[in-house]
Design a protein around this ligand. Structure first.
Ligand SMILES: Cc1cc2nc3c(=O)[nH]c(=O)nc-3n(C[C@H](O)[C@H](O)[C@H](O)COP(=O)(O)OP(=O)(O)OC[C@H]3O[C@@H](n4cnc5c(N)ncnc54)[C@H](O)[C@@H]3O)c2cc1C
Length: 529
């Protein structure tokens, strides 16, 4: 075994791996990240994030930089060839997480913001230009062999014979859709059966461009496509490949310019910064954890981009796994709690994969008669609305909660004033297990309940309309409205912002803590986690 023993070795440093490294590093764990390429990828794929993801970025200090280059769109629409509206998603409300509901973003900005955040963490090492080539699980740790790789002038991988071996208590595979760690785990992937190939174009306008239709899908069977802003400074077009077209044909820049010309976009007013053909797939790994090996992000699941949720789902994986791994690495509970990771995340991400596929089916129709039937079905109201966005259904969630509507939902974030400062709740108080109580009165806890609160470092925060008894002040009345609308007095939420349970009155709060103590019990295993 090598002397380099880390808490976590992470393979892959895309946006999901970056988020994970930031969360674990913020918690003080010794993390070594190994990324194949010597530099950040630097090319956009994701173009959308939602309020939950912004709160996660906020928690690692990256949200402001992401927002600086993010744009807002009020809606995301699907229109047919004649411009008739088929489906519209409202993107113009304040998300519960304390950020606007949706942003359109430029992925390289996100990666730079996350990288800047990770680079400041003293316990995280970032090794770019190292590819994982062997992973050997042992009883109480994992050995990982890395090989140094470089990049040739034409961007191809150049393999060297320089190798090193490191060891870690856990290995996280954040290594994307063709995950090596997933291969080592040896899991099958469930294929949802949807697969479509599209040309993706990113442009940087060199002068202001105007579009009558923006931010949505043109469901035109002669050439399904979409267009939207990509952050503040870029634009995205995506075009479905038609039967008989090959990726090689479509990869020619001349093809790209010919396709965007219909929108008045030409080399005279825009620069083509990227053109790539992607085959959108829809898959979910059967196993996300095998002893000390864990998968997050595209390594665990891929989906077509029609809901803009692939990276978002991976960032949720990171946020879910990070607090559980932190709890285990600190010896505060048994590794058994890690089993809830896939149990919680897989149903959530499956729902989103299905939503993405249904949205993709609307868009990807290339048969004119099928498209006509689709349009008629929308016109006559025969198409049911999309299902609501999922929340957590089971896992580390209270079961005795009388107000079951809130369990597994996202916790609110409003602005508060405390100790002479004002701002978003997390900016003032940080993140972690939080017992949020409406009003000035904090209930008495039994000795056992207090021990659970202390062990898991649960913050008890009273939020009221004034600062009596050192309560945080609810500046905008946001929390007051939230508690009243949901008819609850207290909410206990997890470090990943999902509500563990809610209490109708102060008397019920103790029951929540009792449940927390039994669902995240003190560690009993003698062996090192
Ligand atoms: C056209 C398109 C549009 C999209 N739009 C959206 C959107 O709007 N919103 C959204 O949320 N998502 C979107 N997505 C999905 C999103 O881009 C991905 O889900 C996200 O990039 C996955 O991040 P990741 O970190 O899991 O994987 P990746 O970004 O693939 O990173 C994996 C990293 O692991 C490295 N790696 C792999 N193997 C090894 C190894 N053996 N050793 C060392 N390193 C290794 C790779 O080099 C890579 O850097 C879109 C995708 C596409 C293609």
């Amino acid at each position: 075994m090598s002397n380099d023993m880390y808490d976590v070795v992470q393979i892959g440093y895309g946006p999901v791996g970056q988020t994970m490294a930031a969360l674990l590093g913020k918690a003080g764990h010794r993390v070594a990240v190994f990324e194949r390429w010597p530099e950040l990828f630097g090319k956009a794929r994701a173009g959308h994030v939602d309020h939950e993801i912004m709160r996660i970025f906020q928690s690692v200090g990256a949200a402001d930089a992401v927002e600086e280059d993010a744009a807002r769109a009020t809606k995301y629409e699907f229109r047919n060839a004649a411009g008739e509206l088929l489906l519209s998603f409202d993107w113009d409300f304040d998300g519960i997480s304390g950020w606007p509901s949706d942003y359109i973003v430029y992925q390289p900005t996100i990666e730079t913001a996350l990288h800047d955040a990770v680079s400041q963490l003293p316990t995280v090492e970032i090794h770019q230009g190292w590819e994982a080539v062997a992973i050997e699980p042992q009883n109480d740790h994992v050995d990982i062999t890395l090989r140094r790789v470089g990049r040739s002038a034409v961007g191809k991988k150049v393999v060297t014979d320089e190798e090193r071996t490191v060891s870690a208590r856990y290995v996280i595979g954040a290594d994307g859709a063709n995950s090596f760690v997933r291969d080592i785990i040896g899991t099958d992937q469930h294929d949802f059966g949807f697969q479509e190939t599209w040309l993706v174009l990113d442009l940087r306008p060199t002068m202001p461009l105007h579009f009558d239709f923006d931010n949505g899908q043109i469901c035109d069977p002669t050439r399904p496509h979409c267009l939207f802003q990509l952050g503040k400074r870029h634009r995205r077009f995506e075009f479905c490949l038609l039967p008989g077209e090959t990726p090689e044909q479509m990869s020619d820049p001349a093809t790209a310019w010919a396709l965007v010309k219909q929108y008045g976009v030409t080399p005279d007013n825009a620069e083509l910064v990227r053109h790539a053909v992607y085959t959108f797939k829809s898959k979910l790994a059967d196993t996300w954890m095998d002893s000390r090996l864990l998968l997050i992000g595209d390594a665990a699941h891929v989906m077509p981009p029609f809901m803009g949720q692939g990276m978002c789902s991976g960032v949720r994986d990171a946020n879910n796994l990070a607090w559980k791994l932190d709890t285990v690495l600190r010896g505060l509970s048994d590794p058994a709690i890690l089993e809830s990771y896939r149990d919680e995340r897989a149903p959530h991400v499956s729902s989103i994969i299905n939503m993405s596929i249904e949205a993709g089916k609307i868009s990807c129709t290339t048969d004119p008669s099928v498209a006509a039937a689709r349009d008629e079905a929308f016109r006559t109201g025969q198409v049911p609305p999309p299902p609501p966005f999922p929340h957590l259904e089971s896992g580390i969630l209270a079961t005795t909660d009388v107000n079951t509507r809130l369990r597994g939902q996202l916790a609110p974030q409003g602005r508060i004033a405390l100790d002479g400062r004002e701002g978003r709740f997390d900016d003032l108080l940080g993140t972690g297990w939080t017992l949020l109580i409406s009003g000035h009165i904090v209930p008495e806890f039994s000795g056992e309940q207090q021990a659970t609160l202390d062990r898991l470092n649960v913050r008890v925060v009273a939020v009221a309309d004034s600062a009596i008894n050192s309560a945080a002040t609810d500046i905008d009345g946001y929390y007051t409205k939230y508690f009243a609308a949901n008819a609850v007095t207290a909410v206990l939420y997890r470090p990943d912002f999902y509500i563990f349970g809610a209490a109708d009155d102060l008397a019920a709060v103790g029951t929540l803590i009792d449940e927390l103590g039994s669902l995240v019990p003190p560690r009993v295993q003698a062996a090192l986690a």
